[in-house]
Design a protein around this ligand. Structure first.
Ligand code: ADP
Length: 319
């Protein structure tokens, strides 16, 4: 099983020709649906076939009810801390060119407590993998990772969003760290004193990328996701890697991407599910699966709603 700890948001999305300027009132086409990095990753994990527990905080409102209903429909074991804050929300404007402006009201996500995430230590022992992101209070995420580590459970940390507070101590609680290019650049600048433009990351030489990953996480695996380029993987020297190399790239699958929102969440959920399903397999096998799962998610609109299912991934990418 996999434990996912993180956020749930109700996303409110307006598609408009131009993003509204200060003081302007404009018309847009409205859609609403579930989101939040934690929930998106939990849905991906469940659809990738892993029994999934999602630990979060919800308000006593229609958003909270929506989370419960959707978790149930995907077979997710929901462990929600009841909050007097409203359920998390995101207001998203998307223009005709696909550019966006986003406001997040953390609400209940902002008060998820360390006590709640560590309430079931027995569960942490049974789980093969614990996956967390940084849209929740850092103390709660740190407590969850610490609990998993003490239980001998593999820890995955997706250090997103890039502007969330982090410390070297937090990063080192991860067995696997999964930044995208922006998050990788942010962590390098903050903790390694290296300034690299996010756009320049994918073009860096493999040995150089590997060295940077090793400075960020000396004893673990770093997986840098690079959108349509694919992923870069860097393992610590002492790690058992099956038949793998210390570092390697895996190219993105060729798909007709129409909406890459939640691609990173798809990747993280699927990676956690694959690691939990077959922990003995070479790490590259899990990355390849997550890369396929995430590619397929970009062919459909939405975040949580766009997650494919395990059998669809196998059918689309046989072998
Ligand atoms: P985020 O959504 O966090 O910005 P990325 O853009 O790096 O994350 O995407 C995560 C993963 O999703 C990539 O590493 C890749 O596996 C897959 N992916 C994203 N965009 C595409 C694409 N256009 N074609 C194929 N795969 C993609």
């Amino acid at each position: 099983p996999v434990i996912v700890v993180g956020s749930f948001n109700v996303d409110h999305v307006w598609r408009c020709n131009e993003l509204p300027a200060t003081g302007a009132t404009i018309a847009g086409q409205y859609m609403t649906g579930p989101g939040g990095k934690g929930f998106n990753q939990a849905v991906a994990c469940a659809r990738a076939g892993a029994p999934t527990t999602f630990i979060c905080a919800l308000g006593d409102d229609p958003g909270g009810a929506l989370a419960r209903e959707l978790a149930e429909s995907d077979g997710i074991d929901l462990r929600a801390e009841a909050s007097s804050e409203p359920t998390g929300t995101a207001g998203i404007y998307v223009d005709a060119r696909g550019r966006n402006s986003i406001v997040i009201g953390a609400g209940a996500n902002g008060v998820l407590s360390a006590g709640h995430v560590t309430a079931d230590r027995a569960l942490a022992g049974e789980a093969g993998v614990l996956l967390a992101q940084l849209e929740s209070p850092v103390e709660a995420i740190e407590a969850a990772l610490q609990m998993a580590r003490e239980a001998g459970t593999t820890t995955l940390l997706n250090p997103a969003p890039a502007n969330a507070p982090t410390s070297m101590g937090l990063l080192r609680l991860a067995d696997v760290l999964t930044p995208n290019e922006t998050e990788f650049a942010a962590q390098l600048s903050r903790h390694v004193g290296e300034r690299i433009e996010p756009d320049a990351v994918a073009a860096l030489d493999g040995a150089r990328l590997h060295a940077l990953c090793r400075k960020l996480l000396p004893h673990g695996t770093v997986v840098v996701t690079m959108g349509s380029v694919g992923v870069f993987v860097s393992h610590a020297e002492e790690e058992p890697r099956g038949d793998g190399q210390p570092y390697y790239r895996i190219g993105a699958e060729s798909v007709t991407a129409s909406d890459t929102t939640g691609a990173g969440d798809a990747f993280n959920g699927a990676l956690a599910a694959s690691l939990a399903r077959a922990p003995g397999q070479p790490f590259a096998t899990h990355v390849r699966y997550a890369n396929r799962f995430a590619a397929l998610s970009t062919e459909r609109a939405g975040a949580a709603a766009s997650m494919p299912r395990h059998d669809e991934v196998l059918a689309r990418f046989p072998g």
